[in-house]
Design a protein around this ligand. Structure first.
Ligand code: NAG
Ligand code: NAG
Ligand code: NAG
Ligand code: NAG
Ligand code: NAG
Length: 497
């Protein structure tokens, strides 16, 4: 019996399909089969019901063989995922749906990525994404419903505009309950007339297309959500986020940290290693090896072999190098063009009225504020809590301490009752800052020139090269819904055979 016919015979062993499909056990299986076929009286295709002693041994060895194979199957190389945020968890869920298993690493000691909370008096202050809507987040909404975390509404009791250098505050104009006809007219044109040229700046595009109301409507969100300088920002990104449906849909809130915690517990074929720092990724051999240390035991280097690697975090040169990845020339070209914003979120105790909302003033309704580390939006969260959430944007050269300083100074100027013109504001001190989160690689994106230069084509060409995949806000835009969808797309496109 030649080897070839033996291979053909293997399926007739009627072993579980995982046995025969397990590549790494194939040589072992063949070795057994060959040695068996050499035994007198042995047949793979025995139809008899009675067991000869030889057949009994055959069965015994068969069981041994299979237990070995089952073992090999369960240790079949997983897909390694670096990053346990929206992107990494979505990739893991999509891979599990295809029957694969994964090992997920995250330097944070908890899952959720940017979705982290500060807790006080049983209340959660969301330091990451918090908005959700059926029209803007259809896929995310399904996840939220599957883990049964409630969605809530948020309406500030009072809204204010503040000048960050003087501390002057005044009442924000009221948002009409129903949009005026002029707004609806713009929305209609916006739907029909999306320019082909998506690489022009946001400011230029809205001005050229004559969308003053839409422009003024999205500006506060673009500023508060950390999308950087709108004069530079290619219109491609805002158009992805502010779809007509999203502009008209309801904005609800959800505790994304809780959502991702629960969702991660629904993974059944994945191992999650929170608090583990990936120090080196070796892609030089057929098997990828990832070296990491756990925060509990930093002196013991650990390693994990994987069939494929998914990098589920913003792929900047410095973050990739920090993970010990030695980049190919192609990867270097793409990732050196990635830009991010230096974004901060914080929970801070203030003397402003509960549920009051402060938004920074700008030169015109269409301009970005200075990017100097000052808070751009300050929002009281609960009617019985004096903790507010704030967001700040800084240049990359600004230090975290510098941002903390300017944040305290700015808050000290507005920390009081804005309804009382003569009220003296109270200084805000470092102890009032309850949580301060730095997002140094927020909103990974390409600038207009890079977009025109076809960087997305080059980026897409990298997917799967050297068994490496990239999924993060860069694939589409930093926005939970798109991060979830993009990670699934990568898995479905490259892992389903
Ligand atoms: C979202 O839409 C679906 C389908 O229309 C509905 O069942 C669900 O209740 C909605 N969820 C929320 C939070 O509005
Ligand atoms: C689309 O935009 C062009 C140029 O900006 C304008 O001339 C045209 O009228 C617009 N079309 C619609 C349907 O608004
Ligand atoms: C894949 O790896 C090889 C060998 O390290 C390298 O030469 C090549 O540039 C890599 N390809 C991409 C697209 O990164
Ligand atoms: C804030 O107030 C100062 C002093 O009145 C003024 O010079 C500055 O332009 C204001 N800032 C903005 C963005 O309006
Ligand atoms: C505070 O909010 C809770 C729900 O968040 C509500 O039940 C309660 O009535 C509110 N209290 C006041 C004084 O508005």
């Amino acid at each position: 019996m030649g080897l070839k016919s033996l291979v053909l015979l293997l399926p007739s062993l009627a072993v579980p399909s995982t046995c025969s499909s397990c590549k790494s056990s194939r040589p072992f299986l063949l070795a057994f089969a060959v040695s068996f076929s050499a035994l007198p009286g042995f047949s793979f295709c025995s139809e008899r019901n009675a067991y000869s002693p030889l057949e009994a041994m055959n069965r015994y060895l068969y069981l041994l063989l299979c237990s070995h194979i089952v073992l090999t199957t369960s240790t079949e190389l997983p897909v390694c995922i670096v990053g346990a945020g929206a992107s990494g968890l979505s990739a893991a869920h999509a891979l599990e749906a295809l029957g694969r298993h994964t090992v997920i690493f995250d330097a944070k000691d908890t899952v959720g990525g940017n979705a982290q909370n500060y807790y006080e008096n049983d209340q959660a202050f969301y330091l990451g994404p918090l908005l959700i809507g059926n029209s803007s987040h259809p896929e995310t909404m399904k996840i939220v419903e599957s883990v049964d975390v409630p969605v809530t509404t948020y309406t500030p009791e009072s809204s204010w505009i503040f000048n960050w250098t003087t501390g002057e505050t005044w009442t924000a104009p009221e948002t009409p309950q129903t949009p005026p006809p002029e707004f609806l007219e713009e929305l209609q044109r916006y739907t029909e007339n999306v320019s082909d040229e998506l690489t022009v700046s946001t400011t230029e595009w809205f001005t050229e297309q004559k969308f003053p109301l839409l422009h003024a409507t999205i500006m506060p969100s673009l500023i508060a959500w950390g999308y950087g300088d709108v004069d530079e920002l290619p219109i491609f990104y805002p158009l992805s986020i502010f779809t007509p449906a999203a502009l008209m849909g309801t904005r609800l809130r959800v505790d994304f940290h809780e959502v991702f915690q629960r969702w991660s517990r629904q993974l059944s074929r994945s191992e999650i290693h929170p608090g583990s720092k990936v120090d080196c990724i070796d892609r030089s051999e057929e098997t990828i090896t990832l070296y990491y240390t756990s925060s509990q035991n930093q002196n013991t280097p650990l390693q994990q072999s994987c069939s494929d690697l998914i990098l589920a975090f913003p792929p900047t040169l410095s973050s990739l190098e920090a993970a010990g990845l030695s980049l190919s020339a192609e990867e270097h070209t793409v990732f050196s063009a990635v830009r991010t914003t230096n974004y901060f979120s914080a929970a801070v105790r203030l003397d402003t009225p509960h549920l009051s909302f402060f938004q920074i003033t700008t030169e015109t309704p269409y301009s970005s504020p200075e990017i100097a580390g000052q808070p751009v939006s300050v929002e009281g969260q609960y009617n019985n809590s004096d903790i507010s959430l704030l967001y700040a944007l800084a240049s990359h050269s600004q230090s975290v301490e510098g941002v903390a300083d300017v944040t305290l100074q700015t808050l000290s100027r507005i920390n009081g009752d804005p309804t009382d013109d003569d009220a003296i504001t109270t200084p805000v001190t470092p102890t009032d800052i309850k949580a301060f989160r730095h997002h140094p690689y927020y909103f990974p994106h390409f600038e207009a020139d890079a977009l025109r230069g076809g960087l997305y084509d080059l980026f897409n060409d990298l997917q799967g090269a050297n068994r490496t995949y990239f999924t993060s806000g860069l694939n589409r835009v930093e926005h939970v819904e798109y991060v979830v969808v993009a990670a699934r797309e990568v898995v479905q496109r490259y892992f389903s055979t």
